[in-house]
Each structure stands twice: as C-alpha cells, then as structure tokens.
Design a protein around this ligand. Structure first.
Ligand SMILES: Nc1ncnc2c1ncn2[C@@H]1O[C@H](COP(=O)(O)OP(=O)(O)OP(=O)(O)O)[C@@H](O)[C@H]1O
Ligand SMILES: [Mg+2]
Length: 377
C-alpha cells in the first residue's frame, strides 16, 4: 500500500518540469510521470493505477490549454487537478474553477501556499501528517541522549504508534538498546531515492515486540553512512510523519544540512544536558545556533539528565538564565538501572517501570505529547 500521493507533472518547459517534480518529491509526493504536453494524460488517467494528482502548467497559451484539458477533472473526479499559470486573468480563474480544477496556482509559485494546498490534498486522501516529531540532541558524549530517546519512544509507544530513528549514523546504539537486529537500515531506505513506500519501510523498520516501537537503525557498516543524505531524510520524515503518531530521533549535536533539516522539521527539539561546565557551554552554543536557524523557543526543550539534588557543578537557575529558557525536565541519576537496561537490551521504562528514572521519562513523554503534567520543580 502506498503512503504517498502519486502525481503526474505536465509542463512543456523541461527545467520547470524537473523543478516541480523534485519539489513534489521532497514533499513526499511520488511523481509517477512527467509529460511535456497533455496528449497522453487521458489514457494515463484511465489506467487502474492512475495518480491522485495532476499538476499542469497551462502556459503558454493558458486559455487554449484549459480548453484542451477542461473536461478531465469532471471525467476523473477522483483525481485532483492543480493548474498553474502566470496569467492572472479572472476569466481563466473562473473557467478553471468551473471545470473542476481543485487549485489554481499563480506562477511564480508561493511555496508556502502550494505546500498548504498539498497538505490539504494529503489530508483528504487520508495521508495527512499526524506524527509529533521529537528530536533528541546530546550536548556531550555519554550525557544520556540515547537513553532518553529510547526510553521516551518505549514509553510513548505504549499508547501511540511510535517510530525511533537512529541519526547517530556511525556510533548509534538504538537497535542494541532494544536488542533488535535489523535486516535493513536507514541507508537502505535512502537508496531508493524517489520511491519510499510502505513495503520498503516495513522491511527496514524493526518492530520491538514488547513496546511496538518501530526502529530504523543506523547503517551496519560505517562507510554506508555516506548513503544517508538530506533530501532522503526530508522524504523519510514526510512519510514516517504520515504513518506514525510519534517519531523520535536520536540525533547528534551538528549543523550539517541533515541535522539542520532535522531541527527545522521537528515539532520539538529536546536538548539533553548535564549540570557540568562542558555540557552547559555546549548547550548554550547549540541553542544559539538553533536560534540563528530560526527555530522558535517554544520548540526547544531543555532536559537535565543524571540530576542529583545535591552536588551539581552548576546551579540549574544559572543555566536557565544563560539560555534564556526554562529547564523543562529533570531526569534523576540512576546508573544501575540505566546501565543494566542497556546491557540487557530492554528500555527501563519496560523492565523497571516503577523506578524514579522510569517515572520521570514516562511523565516527560506525556508532557512532550501534549498531556497536562506537572513541570519539573
Ligand atoms: N539518568 C541516568 N542516570 C545514570 N546513568 C545514566 C543516565 N542516563 C544515561 N546513563 C548512562 O550514561 C551512559 C551513556 O548513556 P547514553 O548512551 O544514553 O548517552 P549518549 O548521550 O547517547 O552517549 P553517546 O555520546 O555515546 O551517544 C550509559 O552508561 C548510561 O547507562
Ligand atoms: Mg547516543
């Protein structure tokens, strides 16, 4: 079953057609054909695997073009037509609407409006984005980002359809934290650049039986990380965003285009720190970078891991002052529970749900998913 909209692009200009096709692909729409004129369109729409969307540039000669294809939207009422033109003539607009064209898109394209139109169409076809994308970022080696990402996913996974993506492409350990051995990895999903469908993802997502979390692990061979790229990740987020209620990313502290895209796509960016000087400094540096990338403060959440009530190096209030952000959550220090969960290959929210560390992460998960729970003291 496809989880993508299928689309045909009709444009006499090669370059425009290419650009439109790659824009649609990036959005997660699968471009099944590119045509330089409308002649083959009717035959294509008559096929059993007809696309759900036709994007047609009416120029040049917009009125004539509309006359040629004007009967198609009514004839194929399950197919949505987007008509593009530089001509902003009210008659052309009225005639397009009367013919049953779903969206008239003035050229040059306003990307925000066009994306909104695509989103509306995806919703109508039951393919709207529904997942909350939660990006977990460490600020220091070993600060506990993977522990938090894996346990959050396991906890949220108990009530919501959840995926976990390991974006620590060389060193990541998500699959082993769940004791799963994936046959395919994130690198294999990238390979089929313009076709990410359910079957392919089903093979790459390893489902953890106890929690139901679907894990997309890092490549087995370090050199395969080269196959993971920014456009592939954009597509992946678009597709997973339509398949799941929640997608957790175990990321790294980086401004590389792949990670910048992840920051910008995520609904929430959770920065994991410890109350020591190097971690606090890195948190400040990275939050600064996120702000310069235009990430809203409301999308940045600070979590302090390995919190102890006495004996921290830095006062939490001082961290909040330096960042200009409140600390959203405190996860207590419990090395015994944390390390045995890793060694055993089962998140502690599953194996030791009653511990303080498990409760903290489960409540944090509810907080991130939007349920009303008390903030950290
Ligand atoms: N709240 C905690 N209390 C005590 N120990 C913890 C806690 N969280 C994580 N740890 C321990 O810290 C170590 C590092 O954890 P983890 O692998 O989650 O960190 P990370 O930030 O993902 O590290 P890496 O830099 O390797 O990606 C592990 O041994 C883990 O058991
Ligand atoms: Mg990690």
């Amino acid at each position: 079953m496809h989880v993508q909209l299928n689309c045909v692009v009709v444009d006499p200009d090669d370059q425009n057609r290419q650009e439109m096709a790659s824009f649609l692909t990036t959005f997660g729409v699968q471009v099944v054909a590119q045509l330089s004129n409308t002649d083959p369109l009717e035959a294509m729409l008559n096929r059993s695997d007809a696309p759900q969307l036709v994007v047609v540039n009416l120029d040049p000669g917009a009125t004539d073009s509309l006359r040629r294809i004007g009967h198609l939207p009514r004839q194929f009422h399950n197919v949505s037509f987007f008509a593009l033109s530089q001509v902003l003539d009210p008659n052309l607009l009225m005639d397009s609407m009367a013919a049953g064209v779903k969206e008239f898109v003035p050229l040059p394209i306003n990307e925000i409006r066009f994306t909104a139109a695509l989103e509306r169409l995806a919703n109508v076809n039951g393919m709207g984005k529904r997942a909350k994308l939660i990006n977990i970022i460490p600020t220091q080696g070993g600060c506990g980002a993977s522990t938090i990402a894996c346990n959050l996913a396991a906890s949220i996974g108990q009530t919501k359809k959840t995926a976990l993506i390991d974006l620590d492409l060389v060193r990541g350990g998500c699959a082993s934290y769940f004791d799963t051995r994936p046959r395919y990895t994130i690198a294999d999903v990238m390979q089929s650049a313009d076709r990410v469908d359910r079957t392919l993802l089903d093979n790459a997502l390893a489902v953890h039986k106890k929690t139901g979390v679907s894990i997309l692990s890092r490549p087995d061979l370090p050199e395969d990380t080269q196959r993971v790229n920014q456009p592939g990740l954009v597509r992946l987020y678009n597709i997973l965003g339509r398949m799941f209620d929640c997608v957790v990313m175990d990321s790294v502290m980086s401004v590389d285009p792949m990670y910048a895209t992840t920051l910008q796509t995520a609904d929430l960016n959770v920065v994991v720190m410890q109350l020591n000087v190097p971690s606090a400094k890195n948190t400040e540096r990275y939050v600064g970078a996120m702000r310069r990338m235009g990430i809203e403060s409301s999308k940045i959440k600070i979590v302090v891991n390995r919190f102890v009530k006495k004996g921290w190096d830095i006062d939490p209030a001082e961290v909040e002052r330096a960042l200009g952000l409140k600390i959203s959550w405190l996860v207590p220090n419990d090395f015994k529970t944390a390390i045995s969960a890793i060694n055993y290959g089962e998140p502690f929210v599953v194996s030791s749900p009653k511990t303080e560390i498990s409760t903290a992460i489960s409540e944090f998960g509810k907080f991130l998913m939007g349920k009303q729970v008390a903030l950290a003291a």
